[in-house]
Design a protein around this ligand. Sequence first.
Ligand SMILES: NC(=O)c1ccc[n+]([C@@H]2O[C@H](COP(=O)([O-])OP(=O)(O)OC[C@H]3O[C@@H](n4cnc5c(N)ncnc54)[C@H](OP(=O)(O)O)[C@@H]3O)[C@@H](O)[C@H]2O)c1
Length: 325
Amino acid sequence: MTKSIFITGGSSGIGLSTAREFKKNGYRVGICGRNQQKLDALKGEFEVFNVDVVEREKLQYAIEKFAEGGLDIVFANAGVSHKEKTKIPDFEDCRKIIDININGVLNTFEPAVSIFLKQGHGHLIATSSVAGFNGHPGVGAYGAAKSFTMKLCETFQIDLRRSGIKTICVVPGFIDTPLTQKNNHSMPLIGSSEAIATKIYQAVIKDRANVYYPRTFATLVRALSLLPRGIYRKFMSLERFNYSSKEKAEFFFDKSSLSKETQELQKEKKTFDSPCVSICDYEMVGDEKICQTCKLISTEKSAWKETTDLKVKNKIAKKVMQRRL
Ligand SMILES: NC(=O)c1ccc[n+]([C@@H]2O[C@H](COP(=O)([O-])OP(=O)(O)OC[C@H]3O[C@@H](n4cnc5c(N)ncnc54)[C@H](OP(=O)(O)O)[C@@H]3O)[C@@H](O)[C@H]2O)c1
């Protein structure tokens, strides 16, 4: 019989690449997300469900409906990050993260466990993050939620194995997806969603408990959790780890260092349609203007958009870091 996997947050990034990886390997694949347009575009490839993982009963219904054709794996992958890193917590944003990244995992696992217990087998997979190893500046609720997922998976690996239920915890470092494309800080050793999807598939085949990818970065961040906490706190209190993009922009840029052209534009009170241009400088890369702080690009002064070119992003982030030092 064809094997089946249900993936929350399967319409983008890691979830979408994983859906394609399992499909390629002969699985029947169901995905859920909230954006109907994204789901419509994927209708031909997968069984799609427009469900918010926060809505427990609707998600239970979708998983049970999909399971009528069999269910071997659920992948609780849907997740969001903070709107931006801030020193002063945005509690509303924190609650949203807890709802989606914690309750979303429970809401996904609950109906699946009940199906798996009856059939005597099944795989639970969830996406945690290296952010779950330590308290990271500016992203408290995200790290706490990912730590929750990591510990929940470890417990299930102990408690449920004898009932035939295997659990895999996916622990990504930086992965190039729409989630990270909005980041304005450097993302060392960033990996691809296709590569982590292959690792997830292999973990199922090879009966592994955890997927760490990119492994070197995960090991480095994990090593930080072994430091005496006082040393860790001092290290992470360095200004370079503490910023929101606005705080960072104010910290980096002294208006007198702005290019002549920008200073002229400011004098004339002409502003670009960019959230940060009043305090940021930009550089030319080819015929594109690139804002050095928030990585917006423009070929015309009035049309700013986010760059998707990772190399350009990393180059700018590196420059910004150098300016700070
Ligand atoms: N990218 C990284 O570097 C990285 C690192 C560590 C961990 N992670 C984790 O990996 C997972 C996937 O992230 P990604 O990078 O692939 O991000 P992504 O490209 O933004 O994809 C997130 C997916 O989750 C869905 N989603 C978000 N909130 C949802 C909700 N309430 N209900 C249902 N679906 C929801 C989104 O679809 P809709 O918007 O249509 O709902 C989308 O399909 C997340 O849990 C994230 O925290 C990512």
